[in-house]
Write a new protein. Structure first.
Length: 287
């Protein structure tokens, strides 16, 4: 059932695929794509795929849209991480941070600019992107044993596409929207499997997996976009995140768009118009 088809990336001239960034698990590998031209140190977008914390892949069909990055002068690093069937929270976040350290440690030979890194995630990957953005100094969410501990894991900007924030509120919010079908609170839900226990039994863990917990002045800038009609991750998940940002950080640290008429992972996110919007945010902070 949960099959996501792979992307055909054969048209991309400069790429290195399936490079390990750590050696604890075969899941810890990444793909690098460079623009066709230039010997730059290219600014880097680290992409964290979605898939309910449990499925998906760095080279599944959803990467194709993010690959437009290379047409905008970015290197794209698409990252696999341990999924919830292999390891629970915070393993995936630790992997994402290890991948960022690896990028910095290996930037010269891969033409990557280790001083200009943004992280971009969709759905569960957007929860990771927001967490990476906000928790560079939270040692509990980091595993230096994964390698390159002398390099930092911070990023310069983040893009959060329809990521969950507070798992415990998803069902009530979905009900408010008239999407009464979600069962995030169940023991077998994606969020419960990710945390290793039924979410209502581990409220403290839910808080630790919530990017809102870590909002602080001086955080890297984040662009949050969410579909008004999202049936899987209610739009209020981003609205409550933004309410917290409005309260604690200055306005230039975050931007928020509700995409009208858009459901979860909707093609409306991928329109030329919206991609221009996303890249203008990234260019402002990375170029």
């Amino acid at each position: 059932e949960d099959y996501i088809p792979p992307a055909d990336v054969s048209h991309i001239r400069r790429k290195w695929l399936d490079i390990p960034y750590a050696s604890l698990s075969p899941s810890q590998n990444l793909d690098i794509y460079l623009p066709d031209e230039g010997n730059g140190s290219f600014p880097v977008i680290v992409y964290l795929h979605g898939g309910a914390f449990s499925i998906g892949d760095k080279r599944d069909i959803y990467v194709l849209n993010i690959l437009k990055s290379i047409e905008h002068g970015y290197a794209l690093v698409s990252v696999n991480y341990r999924l919830s069937g292999e390891a629970t929270f915070p393993a995936g976040i630790q992997d994402a941070k290890a991948a960022i350290r690896w990028v910095r440690a290996n930037n010269k030979k891969n033409q990557l600019d280790g001083n200009r890194i943004a992280v971009w995630g969709c759905s569960s990957g957007a929860n990771y992107a927001a967490m990476v953005c906000l928790t560079a100094n939270v040692s509990e969410l980091d595993d230096l044993g994964l390698g390159n501990p002398e390099y930092p894991c911070n990023v310069q900007a983040a893009v959060d596409w329809f990521g969950p924030t507070d798992f415990l509120r998803m069902d009530e919010q979905a009900e408010e929207n008239g999407f009464g079908l979600t069962d995030h609170g169940e023991a077998g839900s994606p969020e419960s499997r990710y945390l290793g226990a039924k979410i209502s039994d581990v409220p403290l863990k839910v808080e630790l997996a919530n990017p809102m917990t870590y909002v602080h002045e001086g955080m890297p800038p984040i662009l949050i976009q969410h579909g008004r009609l999202d049936e899987l991750v209610p739009v209020q998940q981003s609205m409550i995140f933004v309410e917290k940002l409005e309260k604690y950080v200055s306005p230039e640290r975050f931007e928020f768009d509700i995409i009208e008429g858009a459901g979860h992972a909707d093609p409306l996110f991928e329109t030329d118009e919206n991609m221009v919007r996303v890249f203008s945010f990234l260019d402002k902070h990375l170029k």
